[in-house]
Ligand binder design. Structure first.
Ligand code: GDP
Ligand code: MG
Length: 159
């Protein structure tokens, strides 16, 4: 409980579809604070570091191909219980099962079975850290300390 930081990536499918503004607005609209942001075209090696828990799984090769096929927009968001709140806005992993109103439910509809049949990753627009341990590890992979800023947003100024 309390103020947390979480890592969000707009994956290559979200970037090429021009969804960055819409996605970022959803986080800003609820008062989450962007404390770091950049665009990166990741290497296969960085994809392995980020997705270390999935290395060796049947979908990993497709996942590595997916996350390296174009640039991603990476950001660190800060707010009260930000990890859980951001996952709620993102929705569950499989777009087919994600409710309308979530990012994955609003912008995709693909299923695990279709993706597995085709040997590709489920293209689901966005990544968000799953828990506190992952958030700390992932933020350390994507950002150095001096790329993460401390400032007060309007909500904090008027609290
Ligand atoms: P997330 O934390 O909700 O992104 O989900 P995971 O950490 O479990 O998986 C990482 C990413 O791998 C997902 O966002 C999907 O792009 C992909 N993925 C996960 N599970 C599967 C699967 O069973 N099949 C396929 N094809 N892709 C998957
Ligand atoms: Mg995950």
């Amino acid at each position: 409980m309390g103020v947390e930081r979480t890592l969000v990536l707009i994956k290559p499918d979200g970037v090429i579809r021009g969804l960055c503004g819409n996605i970022i607005s959803r986080f800003e609209n609820i008062g989450l604070k962007i404390v770091a942001m950049k665009m990166i075209w990741v290497s296969k090696e960085m994809a392995e570091r980020h997705y270390e828990e999935h290395v060796g799984k049947p979908f990993f090769v497709g996942l590595q191909k997916f996350i390296t096929e174009g640039p991603v927009v990476a950001m660190v968001l800060e707010g009260i219980d930000a990890i859980e709140v951001v996952r709620k806005i993102v929705g569950p992993t499989e777009p087919k099962s994600a409710s309308p109103g979530t990012i994955r439910g609003d912008f995709a509809h693909l299923s695990y079975s279709m993706a597995d049949e085709r040997g590709i990753a489920v293209k689901n627009i966005i990544h968000a850290s799953a828990n506190k341990k992952d958030a700390e590890r992932e933020i350390g992979i994507w950002f150095s300390i001096d790329e993460i800023y401390k400032y007060e947003n309007i909500y904090e100024k008027t609290l």
